[in-house]
Write a protein that binds this ligand. Structure first.
Ligand code: P70
Length: 472
């Protein structure tokens, strides 16, 4: 199937430019701070960027979650909120959009992604069962563990190598998965947990060939295959770009085909779906749906709102349609890539190839003088904030947490600092500011000292942990 989605003027002339398919109608002023102010803010925040006030941040690259700019049509949709407790019209719009673009039959709204993760984990995991997945994600793994599951990483080895240029570093290693099934028996596998794209690996995609293979293997052993669809539209872009036979297929078709190989999905709609709050679960099996729909009323709200306002569901339904437009996703990833190319040209170590939602600075390569327990990625995030008020996020040993059984730190191979780009928010000039700031701290990397953790909460410690500068 060919498609004639709109292209930027640059693309029509065969140029590389990726300009946005929108213009700006409303702006939000940014606050600039002095170095002294940032120094004070950072030490009050215990060197943890999650504990900074956003008023003290200039360019906020903490996350692409709920930080997207909505379109005028989404804002208009907000005015059409039907705030009925039961059977809101907006729920049916959302259901319609999900059926049309993702192709699943039954939908349960949730307040955000982890609400959906909680429900699917509680319903689909029996204590002691294994949950193989393509690299852990913090909240996903925690909910799987809280339900009694044991997460097993079965991602391809390339994913753990920041320099590997493999085009689909998010793929599951089918051999590893088969070995697990053989060792533990199919009945001991709760389901396969597949994320497209893989956040902790650097926003790396899964190929269509891989999901097809997984479908066949799961069918053979009667195992369910569930998708974390949080950034699946971005994944579809990489399939279009890199996989044979997909160059001329629209993003919407690729998304639907991919989801068609899975039994259901959970979603943090705060990413791909272009809203500030929301999530959903969608499945094809009626019995499973009935269980999920029953559980949602315990934790989130009635099954036609799941913790959301009617207006939130309307904005989401509209956002879903906007998110699958080829011109949107091309410019979204084009912007991330622009920043990645600048940093690469300047010799700064980042995860390659550049993924969908963020640039991941390789903190181990940045600060070879620091041991992993001196929190190189957390240190880098602190340095970047001090230099220019840019907020990033640690994705290394602090995020990885501890082994629930032994209590030891996990020492992840990847020790990364994430510069996450919100959708439709910052300009190319902002990306230049970011690149220059990273370069500045790279140039003084030799004298940078690490951190020590002085407070560690029990769950998801990276959110609230506090640190101190070593040797200060
Ligand atoms: C981020 C956010 C959320 C997320 C995700 C994937 C692949 C599920 C969720 C949960 C927010 C975040 C979450 C934990 C630690 C740091 C940041 N990712 N699956 O910034 O969705 O946040 O809506 O509950 O990326 O990457 P939600």
């Amino acid at each position: 199937m060919t498609h004639d989605t709109p292209k930027t003027m640059g693309q029509q002339f065969g140029r590389r430019s990726w300009a946005e398919p929108w213009k700006i109608k409303m702006v939000e002023r940014l606050r600039m701070t002095t170095r002294e102010e940032r120094q004070r803010a950072l030490s009050e925040a215990g060197f943890n960027t999650f504990l900074l006030r956003s008023d003290d941040v200039y360019i906020d690259l903490l996350t692409d979650s709920g930080t997207n700019a909505m379109s005028d049509e989404q804002w208009a949709g907000m005015m059409l909120g039907d705030e009925a407790y039961a059977g809101s019209r907006n729920f049916y719009h959302l259901e319609e959009a999900l059926r049309k673009y993702y192709g699943y039959k039954y939908v349960v709204p949730t307040h955000q992604g982890r609400g959906a993760e909680h429900l699917i984990s509680q319903v689909a995991i029996k204590a002691g069962q294994y949950v193989p997945g393509n690299m852990y994600f913090t909240t996903t793994r925690l909910h799987q563990e809280l339900a009694g599951g044991i997460f097993v990483d079965v991602i391809v080895d390339h994913a753990h190598d920041p320099d590997s240029l493999h085009p689909f570093k998010g793929n599951i290693d089918v051999g590893k998965l088969e070995a697990l099934i053989k060792r533990e028996s199919a009945a001991q596998i709760a389901y396969v947990s597949l994320a497209g794209t893989v956040n902790m690996a650097g926003g790396q995609p899964v190929s269509m060939a891989n999901v097809k293979e997984l479908r066949a293997l799961c069918d053979k052993h009667a195992i369910k295959l569930y998708l974390d669809a949080t950034r699946m539209v971005e994944n579809a872009f990489f399939i279009q770009e890199r996989e044979e036979g997909y160059a001329k297929k629209p993003i919407a078709d690729i998304l639907k085909e991919f989801c068609g190989y899975t039994d259901g999905a959970w979603m943090s709609a705060k990413k791909d779906n272009l809203v500030n709050i929301g999530g959903w679960l969608a499945v094809n099996d009626w019995t499973l749906f009935e269980e999920l729909r029953n559980l949602v009323v315990v934790y989130e709200g009635l099954h036609t709102y799941g913790g959301l306002a009617g207006r939130d569901m309307e904005a989401m339904a509209i956002g879903i349609a906007e998110s699958v437009e080829d011109a949107h996703i091309r410019s979204r990833i084009g912007q991330v890539r622009y920043l990645g190319e600048l940093l690469t040209d300047w010799g700064i170590p980042i995860v390659q190839p550049v993924g969908g939602h963020a640039i991941f600075l390789n903190a181990k390569a940045f600060y070879p003088q620091l041991k992993q327990i001196e929190f190189p990625a957390q240190t880098l995030a602190a340095e970047l904030y001090l230099d220019s008020g840019i907020r990033s996020m640690e994705r290394g040993i602090a995020s990885a947490g501890r082994d629930a059984k032994t209590g030891d730190h996990y020492y992840p191979k990847l020790e990364l600092t994430r510069l996450t780009i919100p959708r439709r928010v910052y300009t190319q000039a902002h990306m230049d500011v970011v690149a220059e700031s990273v370069k500045a701290i790279f140039d003084m990397r030799g004298t940078t000292r690490g951190l020590k953790m002085i407070y560690e909460p029990k769950y998801l410690r990276f959110f609230q942990a506090r640190f101190e500068r070593l040797g200060a």
